[in-house]
Design a protein around this ligand. Structure first.
Ligand SMILES: Nc1nc2c(ncn2[C@@H]2O[C@H](COP(=O)(O)OP(=O)(O)OP(=O)(O)O)[C@@H](O)[C@H]2O)c(=O)[nH]1
Length: 341
């Protein structure tokens, strides 16, 4: 269907896109209102000028190439260009052109340009914002990850403080009770013997009095270190308080526990502390736990035996087989306790 010339003419006049018709030398023959508005020139100023007028200074030398391209191709693919407004502003335009060749060799190049400067600026703005957001997000992730690490570290530290004796690094009393409860549960389940040993450094007060509290602390640390070296991984050892240690030896009946206890007493006797200025001994109360009795009961028995060892002259172990849970008086509970020397 042919479009009437007056419609085409009206289209040229009212189009919001800039339309220009140029000759084979790229000189403007006709421009519409929108084209003039786009570049800030009047029609009179444009007619007769070449399109080089609207090229960026850096693109000026490309004018012949662009012209050749327009003449040799029938129709360009729409593309984005940067062009120059009269006042020097750079404009982004979306362009399309079509070339008409006449039999006499002359040509008419029809160009349509739409101003997309605001769109491009908005897009770039959005991209910048996206970049900023991404960076902010990365920073946030880093902050969160650092905080999480700090929190995990703090939690581990808290857990350590809650379970460890700060001086010796051994379990504290609470942690011992928790771990021992698990161990005796397993022992009862599998009907396995286990033994409990209370140890107490002899005359420790005199070490503090003679050498000072700091040296006393070191003696406690060295004692703890020595005890650990003599135990199995499955054994539990804790600082019960002051100069007192408690051990739970799973899978260990009394006769085997006695070997361990004597080994510890021997090792403590042989400890060379502060260039042999300090020598210590330790006393112990050792009992084999009777199955299905509360831990507390076994601990009391071991403590009573320790008391007996101290009463019998220190530097020795007092031991006894397991007693039934309901013993009327623990003080008289060990008529048969063995005291070694
Ligand atoms: N250096 C140091 N001393 C401690 C610590 N905890 C407790 N003590 C001291 O250990 C001493 C224990 O004294 P006593 O309970 O009389 O016992 P002992 O002198 O070892 O005497 P026996 O147990 O009867 O052989 C006290 O002087 C406490 O102050 C500690 O963490 N560091």
């Amino acid at each position: 269907m042919q479009v009437a010339p007056e419609i085409l003419s009206a289209l040229f006049d009212i189009s919001p896109s800039g339309i220009a018709i140029a000759d084979e030398q790229g000189r403007y023959l006709q421009v519409n209102e929108a084209y003039c508005r786009l570049f800030g020139y009047s029609q009179n100023e444009l007619i007769g000028q070449t399109f080089g007028l609207i090229l960026l200074d850096s693109d000026k030398e490309l004018e012949p190439e662009i012209l050749a391209l327009a003449l040799n191709q029938d129709q360009s693919a729409p593309s984005e260009w940067q062009v120059k407004h009269r006042d020097g502003r750079v404009l982004f335009v979306h362009s399309a052109f079509k070339t008409f060749h006449a039999p006499d060799g002359s040509a008419r190049i029809l160009t349509i340009l739409s101003d997309v400067t605001t769109l491009v600026a908005t897009l770039r703005n959005m991209q910048d914002h996206e970049l900023l957001l991404r960076k902010a997000n990365e920073n946030l992730e880093e902050i969160v990850s650092n905080r999480t690490m700090m929190l995990e570290h703090a939690n581990k530290e808290l857990a350590r403080l809650a379970t460890q004796d700060p001086l010796t690094g051994l379990y504290n009393r609470r942690a011992f009770e928790t771990e021992a409860a698990k161990a005796i549960y397993t022992a009862d389940r599998h009907q396995r013997p286990c033994s409990v040993l209370f140890l107490d450094i002899d005359h420790f007060k005199s070490i503090n009095d003679q050498f000072g509290h700091a040296i006393g602390d070191e003696v406690l640390q060295k004692t703890a270190e020595k005890i650990i070296t003599l135990l199995r991984c499955s054994d539990l050892v804790a600082r019960w308080g002051g100069e007192e240690f408690v051990l739970l030896l799973p899978d260990t009946p009394l006769e085997q526990a006695l070997v361990v206890g004597e080994k510890i007493l021997d090792a403590i006797r042989s400890l060379q502390l502060f260039n042999t200025q300090i020598q210590i001994t330790i006393s112990g109360g050792l009992v084999e736990r009777q199955l299905n009795t509360p831990l507390e009961h076994t601990l009391q028995q071991a403590d009573m035996l320790l008391y007996q060892a101290k009463q019998s002259g220190r530097n020795r172990l007092a031991s006894a087989p397991a007693l039934p849970q309901h013993v009327d008086s623990l003080l008289v509970a060990y008529p048969n306790a063995c005291v070694s020397q």
